[in-house]
Design a protein around this ligand. Structure first.
Ligand code: NAI
Ligand code: MG
Length: 331
């Protein structure tokens, strides 16, 4: 048995968390859960967004299954997601987008893993009011953070038999910051001659992705481009309801859907829990419960394939609960 910490989050968070725990239990995952409500509702009740007990649980268990947390736009609120990634130095954000033959999309050959640097770039959130009409935002790129994410991406290629790694950047304009990231990439690439490596400017990357996604294999990039490009890759495989991720550091791991709290559909019980469920499968694989993960992936695929019970984003009209029960039936 492994004890994990679970954060229920905002918006659709509680709905998809309940669904995922139901499937994990039905699949006999060897897991025990310490579940915490976090986010806006908890703040209204207690004055804290993430209760101290929730942090303590994570610090003990080191593994967090996390639902999305809302980040209001505007002044005076730092994203709790960014806070968690920094507090626990979760420096690698890994987002695998793979076409599923059971989900019809424009492309059937997408298999792209994005390695997003997760601790710096513009996401340090350091902004400065210069005068009434001017704000500066700091983009931080360091050798340390760039080296570890780029090396992790190359090592991932080796371990998983992936052939090509693309560095995404804007070093033509940001010659010093993205230039540093790119130079480190080119240096490290020399140590991995067996992996084909190339680099591509981020705007061109976006165009190439929507025209010819099959040319991409594994990609590595600074934080902001990773955020944007990975939402794009989710669109290639059928939408945000399907894209899982893990955030990893040296000591901690956090598994979450790529999507946010989806306030537009929250409380309607129609959210697709697949992205969080697939994130849980990534967690099970890391915990050496591969057979449980495979069982869940197969049941999910069968549910997609049958096309009887699907959530709205996949062209169906089923509730989150009905979709979840169908997955459990297919286990
Ligand atoms: P979003 O990812 O929550 O939603 C974008 C669109 O995708 C919406 O139309 C939504 O209904 C749909 N969608 C997302 N997940 C879905 C699912 N599981 N099933 C069906 N449809 C789904 O992005 P948005 O609306 O820009 O952000 C909402 C809030 O979430 C913001 O406060 C943002 O800061 C936060 N956020 C949190 C993240 C996290 O906790 N890691 C990641 C991204 C955003
Ligand atoms: Mg995002």
């Amino acid at each position: 048995m492994t004890t994990i910490t679970v954060f229920k989050g905002d918006g659709i968070g509680p709905e998809i968390t309940d669904a995922v725990i139901k499937v994990l239990n039905a699949a006999n995952a060897k897991l025990e859960y310490e579940v915490f409500n976090v986010g806006a509702k908890v703040y209204e009740e207690t004055g804290e967004y993430i209760p101290e007990k929730a942090f303590e649980s994570y610090e003990k268990n080191k593994i967090l299954l996390k639902s999305p947390i809302t980040t209001p736009v505007g002044k005076g609120f730092r994203s709790l997601n960014v806070t968690l990634r920094n507090k626990y130095d979760l420096w690698a954000n890994i987002r695998p987008a793979k076409s599923n033959p059971c989900i019809p999309t424009k492309f059937d050959n997408v298999d792209i893993v994005t390695f997003r640097e997760n601790t710096e770039d513009l996401y340090v959130g350091k902004e400065e009011q210069i005068d009434e009409n001017t704000v500066y935002a700091y983009k931080i790129i360091t050798k340390k953070a760039s080296t570890r994410i780029i090396r992790a991406a190359f090592e991932y290629c080796i371990k998983n038999n992936r052939k090509k790694l693309t560095c995404v950047h804007k070093a033509n304009i940001l010659k010093m910051s993205d230039g540093l990231f790119l130079h480190i990439f080119e240096d490290i690439a020399k140590e991995y001659p067996q992996i084909e490596s190339n680099s591509l400017i981020v705007d061109n990357t976006c165009m190439q992705l929507v025209m010819h996604p099959e040319q991409f294999d594994v990609m590595v990039m600074p934080n902001l481009y990773g955020d944007i490009v990975s939402d794009l890759t989710s669109g290639l495989i059928g939408g945000l309801g399907l894209l899982p991720s893990c955030n990893k550091g040296d000591d901690y791991a956090m598994y979450e859907a790529v999507h946010g709290s989806a306030p537009d559909i929250a409380g309607k019980h129609i959210a697709n829990p697949s992205a969080l469920l697939l994130s849980a499968c990534m967690m099970l694989e890391d915990l050496h419960q591969e057979s449980v993960a495979t069982k869940i992936r197969n049941a999910l695929n069968k549910t997609f394939e049958e096309r009887k019970v699907l959530t709205f984003d996949l062209g169906g009209s089923a509730s989150t609960d009905a979709f979840t029960d169908e997955i459990i039936k297919n286990l």
